[in-house]
Design a protein around this ligand. Structure first.
Ligand code: HEM
Length: 244
């Protein structure tokens, strides 16, 4: 375990398992008890234009970046082989950076949209706001790591992929994480915090892909939030109707 202290072991050796157990247990329990809550609770029909320009870059950007993380975790040697030519290393790093920037711009736009529209604020829960902050921090720390600690795709493959595999093999080896800069540590911790929080949020919609959104008839989504939220929402809808 090298020079890891108790806190390091707790954060990078034990917390990942707590997060995974929470993810598994709560996800299954929530599906059994409230399967109908497995939805994005889309607010697209309340406001469509800004939604499109936020949601599309965010989803394409983050899916691309996470796919990159996954490949570097699964086949780290292929990434090191690819990066052995400087031109290919630049291509990978720049493409990943573009993916990260797209996801940041898209997500900031989605958060601003929620904050600036009364109807959207009325249907936004505290869990949505917490999730937004966590995702923003995660994307920002990821971009920070990419910008300040160059060639992350290579040292991820050679140092962090083995750490992640040690977790999978139930033999956590946190020695690789301990000497890392605080930004990298914050990024790793943020990832496991997101895993732990995942089953309590609307992110569970990811698990029902492929889903019927693409071909089923449109459906009306109702929120059963706070009473004040409902009153506010009705007031806004009535005002909108009068203006038409
Ligand atoms: C919820 C999970 C995660 C999200 C949403 C996320 C997001 C991001 C984003 C947006 C970037 C910037 C894009 C780039 O230029 O590569 C990034 C980079 C990075 N992430 Fe993550 N990340 C997650 C999990 C992790 C984990 C678990 C690790 C390591 C154990 C990790 C290590 C890194 C590293 C080393 C970079 C820099 C890559 C480079 O310079 O090319 N990430 N991440």
């Amino acid at each position: 375990m090298g020079s890891a202290n108790h806190l390091d072991f707790l954060l990078y050796g034990a917390f990942p398992y707590i997060a995974m157990v929470l993810l598994l247990v709560v996800t299954i329990q929530r599906y059994r008890q409230r399967a109908y809550t497995y939805s994005t609770l889309s607010s697209q029909f309340l406001e469509n234009r800004q939604h499109f320009w936020g949601s599309v870059p965010f989803h394409y950007g983050i899916l691309f970046v996470l796919l990159g993380h996954f490949v570097a975790f699964l086949v780290p040697r292929s990434i090191l082989w690819w990066n052995s030519h400087p031109a290919r290393l630049y291509i990978l790093e720049i493409t990943a950076l573009i993916g990260g920037l797209l996801s940041l711009i898209g997500f900031v736009s989605l958060v601003l949209r929620r904050g600036s529209n009364n109807r959207l604020r009325a249907v936004t829960t505290p869990s949505d706001w917490i999730l937004s902050v966590m995702l923003l921090v995660q994307i920002a720390t990821g971009l920070g790591v990419a910008v300040f600690y160059g060639w992350g795709s290579s040292w991820f493959a050679s140092t962090l992929a083995p750490y992640l595999w040690s977790l999978v093999k139930l033999n956590p080896d946190v020695a690789a994480v301990v000497p890392m800069p605080w930004l990298v540590k914050a990024h790793i911790l943020g990832a496991f915090a997101l895993v732990a929080f995942f089953p309590f949020t609307r992110l569970v919609h990811i698990l029902v892909i492929p889903n019927m959104y693409l071909w089923r008839r449109t459906q009306v989504v109702r929120w059963y939030g706070t009473n004040q939220g409902r009153v506010e929402h009705r007031k806004r809808s009535a005002q909108d109707q009068q203006q038409r």
